[in-house]
Design a protein around this ligand. Structure first.
Ligand code: ADP
Ligand code: MG
Length: 442
C-alpha cells in the first residue's frame, strides 16, 4: 500500500525520491511475540506505530479497551526493544545476530534512556528535517529554507492576510521532490472554516508543472464542525500516515471552533485544556511522522489597544475610559458599575484575580492602576501589540514558531517571525496570486 502510493507521488513528480521515515507500523511487534489480537486492540485505541507506544504516557495504553495492563506493558517493552534493534540493525557490517547480542549487553551496562550528544542531535536534525518551499523565496529565506518538519508553525493574522492561500500552496509544494524544495510527500488538511478550495489547488499545481488531478489525489481533506470532530480527525490521521508518505498536516483554523464551542469566561479553562491536548497531539504527530504541521490562527485587530480583543475573547462588554488611556496612551478596560470593583475603578470582573488571569491568558502586559493611575497592582491597562493571536498561553507555548501575517499594498503580504527557537525575528514580503503564494515584486 505504502509503496503504491509512494509511486503515485513519484509519478506526479516524475521522480522516485522518497523520504526515509522513522516510524514503524505497530504490526512489527509480531516479530517479538505480541499477538495480532493485541495489536488490533491497540490500533482501535489509536496506537498505529511503535513510536506512538513510546511517545504516549503508559496510562493511555493501559486505558485501551480489552488490553490488560500486563499485556500493554509487554507491548511497550517490545516496542522499546524493537526501536533499539532497528537502529543497531541499520549499522553497516553488523549482522542482526551480533546486533541483538550487543543490545542485550548494552542493557546490562547502562540504564541510560535516550540521551544523545549535541553533535549527534545536529546530525540527526540534518538527516531528518525536511523544509518545504512556501512558493516565495524571500519567505523561504526568512524561515531558514521553508516550512520545516518536526515542528508546528502557527500562521496568524487578520482575515484575508493569506493564511489559507499559504496552506493551499504548501499542500502542492510538499509534493515536489526534495531537490526542488518539496517534501516528496502527501498533505492532510483539516478544514474548520469550509475554506478548502480544490480549484485553488489545481491552479497552484499548474504553476509548479504538476498534474492537477494527481496533486488533488495526494491531498486528503477532513471537514470539522466541532472541536470534538476536529480532535477525532486528528486522532485518526495517524492511521493514514503509517500507510502513506505524508509530510504536511494543515489545521486551518486551529482556534475557530474552540471559539464557537466554548463561549464566555466560564468555559475558558476547559477550552484551554482541550486546546492544550490538541496541540500536544499535533506535536507528537509532527515528531512521530516527521511532518510539517501548520496551523492557522486568527489575530484580533484591536484599534482600542486591547479592548475589542478582550470583549470578543471573553464575550463581555468592554467600556473604555479615556482619562487613563490618554494619560498613558494605552487602553483601559473597565467594567460598568454593575460589577464589584476590588481594584479601584477598573477591574474587569468581580474576581480580583482576573487581571493576572488576563495577562497570563493573552500574554500581554497588564498594568493595574489604583485611583491615581500609577500602581502596578490595582487596575488594568493593556499595553502591547494590538494584534494578537487568540488562544493565549497555551497556543503561545505549543507552537514551535509563529509567523504573523499582515496586509501590505494590493497583493503584497508581509510575514514576520514572532517566536522561534532558531530564527531571527525578521520580515519578508510575498504576494498572493492565482498561482498561490508567489514572490513579491515592487
Ligand atoms: N485566485 C486568486 N487570485 C489572486 N488572489 C487570490 C485568489 N484567491 C484568493 N486570493 C487572495 O487571497 C486573499 C484571501 O486570502 P486567505 O488566504 O483566504 O486569507 P485568510 O488569511 O483569511 O485565510 C484574498 O483577499 C485575495 O487577495
Ligand atoms: Mg482562511
Amino acid at each position: 500500500m505504502a509503496e503504491q502510493v509512494a509511486m503515485e507521488v513519484g509519478q506526479v513528480q516524475g521522480d522516485e525520491e522518497m523520504v526515509v521515515d522513522d516510524f514503524q507500523e505497530i504490526e512489527a511487534l509480531a516479530e517479538l511475540g505480541v499477538s495480532a489480537a493485541d495489536v488490533k486492540k491497540a490500533k482501535e485505541g489509536g496506537f498505529f506505530t511503535i513510536q506512538s507506544l513510546i511517545m504516549n504516557p503508559r496510562k493511555r495504553l493501559h486505558a485501551v479497551k480489552g488490553l490488560s495492563e500486563a499485556k500493554a506493558d509487554k507491548m511497550l517493552e517490545a516496542a522499546k526493544k524493537l526501536t533499539s534493534l532497528r537502529r543497531l540493525h541499520a549499522v553497516k557490517g553488523l549482522s542482526e545476530a551480533k546486533a541483538d547480542k550487543m543490545l542485550e549487553a548494552a542493557k546490562k551496562l547502562t540504564t541510560a534512556g535516550s540521551w544523545i550528544s549535541g553533535a549527534e542531535a545536529m546530525q540527526k536534525r540534518a538527516r531528518d528535517i525536511v523544509k518545504v518551499t512556501t512558493g516565495a523565496a524571500a519567505l523561504d529565506t526568512l524561515l531558514g529554507g521553508g516550512m520545516e518538519t518536526k515542528a508546528i508553525t502557527e500562521l496568524y493574522g487578520e482575515y484575508r492576510t493569506g493564511k489559507t492561500q499559504l496552506c493551499h500552496t504548501l499542500c502542492v509544494a510538499v509534493q515536489l521532490p526534495i531537490a526542488q524544495g518539496g517534501g516528496a510527500g502527501k498533505a492532510a488538511y483539516v478544514d474548520t472554516e469550509g475554506t478548502f478550495r480544490p480549484e485553488r489547488i489545481r491552479s497552484i499545481a499548474a504553476r509548479f508543472n504538476l498534474d492537477p488531478d494527481a496533486v488533488l489525489d495526494n491531498i486528503v481533506v477532513g471537514r470539522a464542525h466541532t472541536v470534538d470532530g476536529q480532535m477525532e480527525l486528528l486522532q485518526a490521521v495517524g492511521a493514514k500516515m503509517v500507510e502513506e508518505p505524508y509530510k504536511l498536516l494543515i489545521v486551518d483554523s486551529i482556534m475557530a471552533l474552540f471559539r464557537t464551542d466554548f463561549t464566555g469566561r466560564g468555559e475558558l479553562a476547559e477550552r484551554q485544556q482541550k486546546l492544550g491536548q490538541m496541540m500536544a497531539l499535533l506535536k507528537k504527530i509532527s515528531e512521530e511522522f516527521n511532518m510539517a504541521v501548520v496551523v492557522t490562527n486568527q489575530a484580533m485587530s484591536d484599534p482600542g489597544g486591547g479592548m475589542a480583543f478582550i470583549s470578543e475573547e471573553f464575550n463581555v462588554a468592554v467600556v473604555v475610559t479615556n482619562q487613563i488611556s490618554e494619560e498613558f496612551n494605552v487602553a483601559v478596560v473597565v467594567t460598568n458599575q454593575v460589577m464589584s470593583d476590588p481594584g479601584g475603578g477598573m477591574t474587569f470582573v468581580a474576581d480580583p484575580k482576573k487581571p493576572a488571569a488576563i495577562s497570563e491568558e493573552f500574554n500581554v502586559a497588564v498594568v493595574v492602576t489604583n485611583q491615581v493611575m500609577s500602581d502596578p497592582g490595582g487596575g488594568m491597562t493593556f499595553v502591547a501589540d494590538p494584534k494578537k493571536p487568540v488562544g493565549g498561553h497555551v497556543m503561545a507555548h505549543a507552537s514551535t514558531q509563529r509567523l504573523y501575517l499582515r496586509k501590505g499594498k494590493g497583493e503584497q503580504r508581509v510575514a514576520k517571525v514572532v517566536d522561534s527557537p532558531c530564527l531571527a525575528e525578521g520580515e519578508a514580503s510575498f504576494a498572493l496570486s492565482d498561482d498561490g503564494v508567489v514572490e513579491y515584486k515592487e
